[in-house]
Design a protein around this ligand. Structure first.
Ligand SMILES: N[C@@H](CCC[C@H](N)C(=O)O)C(=O)O
Length: 285
């Protein structure tokens, strides 16, 4: 059986959708990493595997390009919801989807499902929930050492772990340098996604992101929610912001219970049929 995947992106954060109901290949750490490899495979910021059909809800599994599993992805769930509509799995305009990092609620805002509002779940700043090493506390504005420099870090779980650092100026180069050290720093037993954040005004922030298991990406949905939550928690913005990223913008809103809503677009790129040679190579891993 040939393997077929579909490529989408959300603001330049690109994912392959691998539907286990249509493919007999079993994904594992090694073949997921090879599929995502930009030289040896198709290249991707991750794989969205699903839908797995449960009694009440459908679910998905999210693979990072290094072959690790991510609990949640903001661009990933928007893309996956567009796939579910494109492939005829859903007719409803609103429904819940299970991720390893908790339930999200999908709402399509247009006919073709390319603009979506997602209830991403509640943000948590508690160290044991993120996780961050040490005694139980909210990890707010702590001095953390990455390399040989101190940074004021606020950490938050959006279902997956984030470390957000406000800065006067941000750049791709800066986040690449910092993120490659912070990802595996001793504070973070499960590694971490890093966002450097510039506050523009009360309702606009900009971020650059270095993803756990993926490296530099053009946009990060959970990272946008994390940064918006941190900006609000620190009193730097209101509870509704536009998050500007190199790949485009997301609107993020946080309610009184820290429930977080993300609105943005996704784009369908291609249906790709893998050669039988490549499928066999993946099967052998
Ligand atoms: N691209 C993502 C985040 C994907 C998961 C992340 N790499 C992790 O390991 O937590 C997004 O849009 O949220």
């Amino acid at each position: 059986m040939k393997t077929v995947v579909e490529r989408y992106h959300g603001l330049g954060n690109d994912y392959l959708v691998f539907d286990p109901n249509k493919n007999d290949l079993k994904l594992n750490r090694e073949n997921a990493a090879m599929l995502c490899n930009r030289n040896l495979g198709l290249g991707s910021d991750g794989i969205l595997e699903g839908p797995f059909i449960g009694e009440k809800h459908m679910s998905l599994k999210i693979w990072n390009p290094d072959g690790s599993i991510a609990e949640k992805s903001g661009n990933g769930v928007r893309i996956f919801a567009k796939y579910l509509k494109d492939a005829g799995y859903v007719q409803k305009k609103k429904y819940h989807l299970q991720t390893d990092g908790g339930m999200v609620e999908i709402a399509y805002l247009n006919e073709d499902g390319s603009r979506l509002r997602i209830s991403m779940g509640k943000l948590s700043f508690w160290s044991d929930e993120i996780p961050v090493a040490g005694e139980r506390r909210e990890v707010i504005n702590e001095d953390m050492v990455f390399g040989n420099m101190f940074y004021p870090a606020t950490c938050v779980s959006v279902g997956n772990p984030h470390c957000v650092i406000p800065m006067d100026e941000i750049s791709e180069e800066l986040v690449r340098r910092l993120g490659s050290v912070s990802e595996t720093a001793r504070y973070f037993p499960e590694r971490v996604n890093t966002e450097i954040m510039k506050v523009i005004d009360n309702s606009n922030i900009a971020i650059e992101t270095f993803e756990r298991g993926a490296g530099y990406t053009m946009a990060n949905g959970t990272g946008a929610c994390a940064a918006a939550g941190v900006a609000y928690k620190l009193g730097l913005t209101g509870n509704k912001v536009i998050v500007h990223m190199p790949g485009g913008d997301l609107q993020v809103e946080i309610d009184d219970d820290w429930e977080t809503y993300m609105t943005g677009d996704v784009f369908y790129v291609a249906k790709i049929s893998l050669s039988s040679e490549f499928t066999e190579k993946l099967r052998a891993l």
